[in-house]
Design a protein around this ligand. Structure first.
Ligand code: PLP
Length: 393
């Protein structure tokens, strides 16, 4: 069967390839430790599950408005006010099937053929593919390791052409875990305003931060920046709700209206029961999040230190999310592997530890390890990687 050109240009996910192989090994009885996961290992808090159960038992199981129930959009406006002192009206919010579909819908309504979107690298794998699916062109601008993998305003300026429509800011970043400071965001924002660019601010990891640096939304830095920015967020990572599939976008009311119209034909609405669960999540305080965050921070401290002791591993300290992203150039040299794909595959083969090669994130010198797994497994996995490195010297 001949498939569309559109789908033929999609790059297969390197994350899925390695996690698929890890699962096959596990199913065959091997003791595999998976550090590939892009999701918290905690269960969704009970009070959220209770809210979903109540919704189901009280008949809240039908279609909702395409942009999401008004109560949830209102609760999100309160959250934005509380966390960022940003005032939005419910018409400026669309609730979507995960943050991923907020981004997908956004690119669909924003881009015409050939429009460019600047994607700072290393980047989350789906940005580039979603931009291509909307006939746009992703333009990668690599953040330098010496600048903690963040792009500078000068780099941004020199990547802008007359086709540039938007730029993505993902802070805290997947895969690096690094965060932009307020001053950096302001400087990047100035370039965006000068060139009338739309800023797509993916803040899905905003609640999971571990350094003294506070998460700042670029939208909160000025009224003009707020107007130019579409904030993307959701409950997946903050509330351990990846499977519930609830995300949202906030921004210009006309843009949100277009996205809602698009969604009405694409999905009708995000799952009703999940919307009531997310409503409970956003109406509560952040106590449960703080507990998860405490665990993540503890694991980060241990794993970061252990990882930097591995021969040929060089890992900056992430400030947020739940990933470590060491540069392994020297480890490749020492072990004789040509690239991180083969290196990661060999670690899985020999030591049954699944890590993700950086290739899919536009970072061919790095690997990504998730610390969304308990401390014992994490330390055992790093021990095994150490054995791999020693055995392959
Ligand atoms: N943005 C980034 C940077 C992510 O890492 C992810 C999930 O891995 C998403 C968005 C999508 O999250 P959701 O599960 O809400 O679709």
């Amino acid at each position: 069967m001949k498939l569309s050109k559109r789908v033929q240009t999609l790059t297969p996910s390197s994350t899925l390839a390695i996690t698929g192989k890890a699962k096959a090994l596990k199913d065959a009885g091997h003791d595999v430790i998976g550090l590939g996961a892009g999701e918290p290992d905690f269960n969704t808090p009970d009070f959220i599950i209770d809210a979903a159960e109540k919704a189901m038992k009280t008949g809240l199981t039908r279609y909702t408005p395409s942009g999401g129930i008004l109560e949830l959009r209102t609760a999100i406006t309160h959250k934005m006010e509380r966390d960022h002192q940003l005032t939005y009206q419910p018409e400026q919010i669309i609730v979507t099937t995960g943050a991923k579909h907020a981004l997908y819908t956004l690119f669909q309504v924003l881009l015409n053929e050939g429009d460019q979107v600047i994607v700072p690298g290393p980047y989350w794998v789906s940005y580039t593919e979603q931009i291509k699916l909307a006939d746009g062109e992703p333009v990668i601008v690599d953040g330098d390791e010496t600048n903690n993998y963040k792009i500078t305003p000068e780099q941004l300026e020199s990547a802008i052409t007359n086709k540039t429509k938007a730029v993505i800011i993902n802070s805290p970043n997947n895969p690096t875990g690094m965060m932009y400071t307020e001053a950096e965001l302001k400087a990047i924002g100035d370039v965006c305003l000068k060139h009338d660019l739309i800023i797509v601010s993916d803040e899905i990891y905003e609640k999971l931060t571990y350094s003294d640096q506070e998460h700042v939304s670029i939208a909160q830095l000025s009224d003009q920046l707020k107007k130019q920015t579409v904030v993307i967020n959701g409950v997946s990572k903050s509330h351990a709700m990846t499977g519930w599939r609830i995300g949202y976008a906030c921004g210009d009311p006309n843009l949100i209206k277009a996205m809602t119209n698009f969604a009405s034909h694409a999905t009708s609405n995000p799952t009703t029961i999940s919307q009531y669960a997310a409503l409970a999540a956003y109406q509560a305080n952040d106590d449960e999040i703080e507990l998860m965050k405490k665990s993540f921070k503890e694991r980060l401290e241990v794993a970061h230190q252990l990882l930097n002791q591995l021969p040929g591993f060089n890992c900056i300290k992430p400030q947020g999310a739940f990933y470590l992203f060491p540069n392994v150039t020297e480890a490749l040299r020492q072990t004789g592997y040509d690239n991180v794909d083969e290196f990661s595959a060999a670690i899985l083969d020999q030591e049954k530890v699944a890590i993700i090669p950086g290739t899919g994130f536009g970072a061919p010198n790095n690997v990504r390890l998730s610390y969304a797994t308990d401390l014992d497994q994490l330390t055992e996995a790093i021990k095994r990687i150490e054995r791999f490195l020693i055995n392959n010297q």
